[in-house]
Write a protein that binds this ligand. Sequence first.
Ligand SMILES: Cc1cc2nc3c(=O)[nH]c(=O)nc-3n(C[C@H](O)[C@H](O)[C@H](O)COP(=O)(O)O)c2cc1C
Length: 347
Amino acid sequence: VTINLYPLAKSILFKLEAERAHHLGLTMLKAAHTLHMSPLIFGKPVHAPVKVMGIEFPNPVGLAAGLDKNGDYYAGLSACGFGFVEIGTVTPRPQPGNPQPRLFRLPAANAIINRMGFNNLGVDYLIKNVEQTKFEGVLGINIGKNFDTPVENATADYLIGLNKVYPHADYVTVNISSPNTPGLRDLQFGEALDKLLAALKREQAKLADVHGRYVPLAVKIAPDMDDVALRQLADSFVAKKIDAVIATNTTLSRKGVEGMPHANEQGGLSGEPLRHRADYVVSVLSLHLQGALPVIAAGGINSAADALHKLQAGASLVQIYSGFIYQGPKLVQDCARALSTVSSTAA
Ligand SMILES: Cc1cc2nc3c(=O)[nH]c(=O)nc-3n(C[C@H](O)[C@H](O)[C@H](O)COP(=O)(O)O)c2cc1C
């Protein structure tokens, strides 16, 4: 039996400016983990194993990228019951990101708008953290490009990231869908996409040889494109033998938050208002891919039923960010329990 302490923690955290709350919340989780309190507070993680991308996941509910950009907190985060955690986005060189404020809560919609802009301490710092962290779970590392690297040279940044994180990751996510790095989303289309994917696959083959281990590559996409573009993207992933697609990143749309405080802040919108669009993207991809590669679904999961919908839309795994901020660790356990009944009946 566990007591849900999150409503209390949230009542304190939500009184603070969003980015300060972010750091305090993560520090509290880390402290709980260091003191071996996590199992007492959060209960035992749900055991509902699934195999995706050749990896055995203890349960299909993951932490989405961007909450732990530098890998400072992921062991403590994982202890909330996640079946996997994705750290990053990390860039080759450290960069400060956009000026603050750059993170906004829209509590009336269980939503967040952010324009962080890949604030991170650089890939070498992240790797040092991973080397020093005792962790048995599944770890994804999400890579991006520095804001001042011209988009024409983006491939070079992704190759640096891939080379450095490869020996430390269970899977690597290529983020070409953040709305807060100018030009980044252009990499999702046409020749730029094909060149990037080809270069990454060549490097992955080399690295698999060098390290004697194949580390799968996932590509994370935006929700803001039409069905034709989505299917073209899916075809490119199949042709290039990409190992998984993560759908989706935040949206530029403001549907569902019109007129609310902060709704007109620049950046990507996440949380509940994103859910329907993200579900739709997952179903278009899944129908088109027919299992050729797995879909990892993110966007607006705020209840166990929302997570179930993602699986019904065709996803193999799910990821949560905003829902975790609004509902806390209980949401992770609820989702994992709900999905465990489905995946066991489906198997
Ligand atoms: C504050 C914030 C920062 C984020 N940073 C990243 C990031 O660095 N890299 C990335 O791939 N996605 C990032 N995301 C997107 C999330 O990983 C996720 O794809 C998106 O928020 C949709 O899921 P959600 O509705 O559960 O939040 C970020 C989201 C938020 C709210």
